[in-house]
Design a binder for this molecule. Structure first.
Ligand SMILES: NC(=O)c1ccc[n+]([C@@H]2O[C@H](COP(=O)([O-])OP(=O)(O)OC[C@H]3O[C@@H](n4cnc5c(N)ncnc54)[C@H](OP(=O)(O)O)[C@@H]3O)[C@@H](O)[C@H]2O)c1
Length: 324
């Protein structure tokens, strides 16, 4: 399997499983609120132009089509030389988290993206919903028990069929990863979870490193919603940013990079796209790390939208296996 060519400014990281490498900083295609195809296409094209090569989309983000169009245009215009220059991730939405629906769902993503294969296919949440067209959020009565073994076997089939180079999961706790590792023939290469200075996930990162799973931070700036402020308006980060002549976003991203994890960050604003890339030629001091290490912890993405009074997850405790 070929490596992805990347602009020299973004370091590459090799996955333990599948022999695939990817740029450690990726571009998140999950805008909030959702946008029309032409907007996501323009953003992805701009991101390719400024140097991003790793793209994170999902059916539920409604950006697969725009990303595919951007990749086609970047190829036509010679901004990239071949499909292999891009690392493209998409995800299996909850309503397709059923063994017989996994391969068809991946094929739909490929069709939307106009690609022959993905570089990474992930289970979006450890949640199964009634089979129906992807929709967020799920209704209370739509949640079903998750057939982990059946669904993961189908994910493995996707990789064997060459529809994706690697497979992974998102929002899995250590307990859920342990259950997965016990039944997997092909191990998950990545666990994409919230990681930022406000929710540092030290134990989960340690566990994943021990087991050869790359942690990929989503919401590295605290996500797009009101909770975003908990990271971006943190006094500790603001002080460090001021002293270093960097932005708060850059401090949060550099901190993530120094945890030895991959990151996907999102902005459709060109100046921020560029700013977010400029984190690889300077570093944080051990004092900076000590201060950031003392920031009070809490999830910004609580997962309330995956709870239902009729289960399977009735409480945060159950969804996150007590890791709150
Ligand atoms: N697997 C999952 O369950 C999951 C969950 C959440 C996210 N994700 C993935 O992770 C990606 C990133 O997460 P996210 O989009 O939730 O949150 P994020 O990257 O932490 O933050 C995005 C927000 O920060 C703003 N921003 C970006 N760069 C900035 C800068 N330099 N200065 C100031 N503000 C800046 C953006 O504003 P503008 O939008 O106005 O530019 C946006 O509001 C998503 O796009 C998606 O691909 C995955």
């Amino acid at each position: 399997m070929g490596d992805v060519a990347s602009p020299p400014s973004i370091p590459m990281v090799q996955l333990s499983h599948g022999g695939v490498s990817l740029p450690i900083l990726g571009f998140g295609m999950g805008p909030n609120p959702r946008v029309p195809d032409e907007v996501s296409k323009a953003a992805a094209l701009k991101a390719i132009e400024v140097g991003y090569r790793h793209f994170d989309t999902a059916p539920i983000y409604l950006t697969e089509k725009g990303l595919g169009q951007a990749i086609s245009e970047a190829l036509e215009r010679g901004i990239i030389k071949s499909r292999e220059d891009i690392f493209a991730t998409s995800k299996l939405w909850c309503s397709d988290v059923h063994p017989h629906l996994v391969v068809p769902a991946l094929k739909r993503s490929l069709q939307a993206l106009n690609l022959e294969y993905l570089d990474m296919y992930m289970i979006h949440w450890p949640v199964s919903g009634k089979p129906k067209p992807p929709k967020y959020p799920l209704k209370e009565e739509d949640f079903l028990p998750f057939d982990l073994k059946g669904v993961w076997t189908a994910m493995e089939e996707c990789q064997r069929l060459g529809l994706t180079k690697a497979i992974g999961v998102c929002n899995f706790t250590r307990k859920k990863l342990e259950q997965l590792l016990a039944i997997a023939t092909i191990q998950p290469a990545v666990n994409q979870v919230e990681v930022n200075p406000k929710w540092q996930q030290k134990e989960l990162i340690k566990f994943c490193k021990t087991n050869g799973i790359l942690v990929m931070a989503h919401s590295p700036l605290g996500g797009p919603l009101e909770e975003h402020k908990l990271v971006m308006e943190s006094n500790v980060l603001q002080e460090i940013a001021k002293a270093k002549g960097k932005s708060v976003a850059q401090i949060a991203l550099r901190w993530g990079y120094e945890q030895g994890i991959a990151i996907v960050v999102s902005s459709f604003i060109k100046e921020w796209m560029i700013e977010n890339l400029q984190i690889f030629d300077w570093e944080l001091s051990s004092e900076d790390h000590e201060k950031i290490g003392k920031i009070p912890q809490g999830r910004t993405l609580t997962g309330w939208d995956y709870l239902s009074p009729i289960g399977p997850y009735r409480t945060f405790e159950e969804l996150w296996d007590g890791d709150l």
